[in-house]
Design a protein around this ligand. Sequence first.
Ligand code: ATP
Ligand code: MG
Length: 467
Amino acid sequence: MIAKFIKRILRRDPMVKHTQANNTGVPKRIPKKLHRIDPHLLSKNAVKVTQTLQQAGYEAFIVGGAVRDLVLGIGPKDFDVATNATPDQVQRLFRKARLIGRRFQIVHVTFFGKGHPEIIEVSTFRALLDNAGDHVAESGRILRDNVWGSQGEDAARRDFTINAMYYDPSTETVLDYHGGMADMQKKTLRMIGDPTKRYREDPVRMLRAIRFAAKTGFTLEANTRAPIAKLGKLLQDVPSARLFDEILKLLMSGYSWAAIQGLSNAGLHHGLLPLLDHILDSSEASKGANDFVKLALANTDQRIQSGKSVSAGFLFATLLWPDLLKNWKANIAKGMANIPALNEAMDDTIATQSSGMTIQRRFESDMREIWSMQPRFERRVGRYPYRLIESPRFRAGYDFMLLRCATGEQSPTLGEWWTNFIAADPAGQDELMASAKNDLGSVANAPAKRRRRRKPKSATPSEPAAG
Ligand code: ATP
Ligand code: MG
């Protein structure tokens, strides 16, 4: 009892732990001529953080996904640093440093320069937790995680071998505990340790496996892949906010279509997000919906790969659009007028999603704005177009409408009209409006009151042309 207590106290002091030799293993030291990391791809701020820590007498390395990406020759989108200094010790060394998190305490060191501020995430080497400890739930899921350990222990707790390499910019050496470099060469994604146990500890690792495989094009090693089919249901126990974050990362990875296919192949998509079921439903009936979503995802991937930003609200608005359209049409068939039918369909669509993974409020309002703008694009008379252009989310609504044109759900001439209208001077805009007036038959240009009395079918200007 007392011995256990003392052991636990000792483990909390990083300088003490350092002398312990448990579970560390000896890393392979990989010199520059083998790892070939291009120093130009390094963040100056990340290097500054490792230097500052090292000058203060601590160990410090760039770690995780950043090293993986550097070895792949890709510029990492963010940099993590691992050190044997405790969060308090780290915080004292930097002017702009904030302690973040409870379950997994880390320090955010912020640098302000040209453009966006850069945050370097600094974490202290974590100890391995034994299964019987009070940090682990009955299912094996890790609940608390602030026991400091050696670098070797820290490496063993990471998920994949290619995510467990440590790079020291001062010596340009990579420390590799689990054969990550060999797996890089074999293009293999391999879980460290016993995959079943690791997925039980944290089921989100299954989603990470799919995401990294899509991003790197690597193959999931057989034992890493095998347990996923059986353990997928454990994702139900993961708090929905965390699940949401992970799905968002997956969709914003720049390889969303490949990742969604990966989820499907692994049998992971069911119940995660009802919309994923739709996307992967290959029946003839949902073909139109699939085309729209596929195009939206391809568009998103392309934007992200070329370094442009994508709004999550926009992305979810596209993914849920087929569902929304279905509900909207059903409401109209019940005799509701166009706009109330749309409003109710928005409520229903969002409520359905909440049964699985909650879509956060801030995205919800973006989605609603984008959706409710869609019928307004068809009203091209009077003050309507000017008012629409002034909406704060006009650009998103317009991009969304163009996607609908691209899949044939909406007439391409409508998209062209708006593209011209945005670019035109006042005289040109008048001309365009006049041309739109002649474009009758377009029910949407008729006054709202009359429209309401029309037969339901002709009152659905936004229905997809191909139905
Ligand atoms: P990216 O930032 O490109 O999405 P990443 O590998 O850097 O990929 P992060 O979520 O930033 O992913 O995590 C940083 C590192 O922390 C990982 O490389 C991995 O070593 C470790 N890690 C993150 N999440 C887990 C997890 N659920 N289980 C084990 N290790 C993890
Ligand atoms: Mg990262």
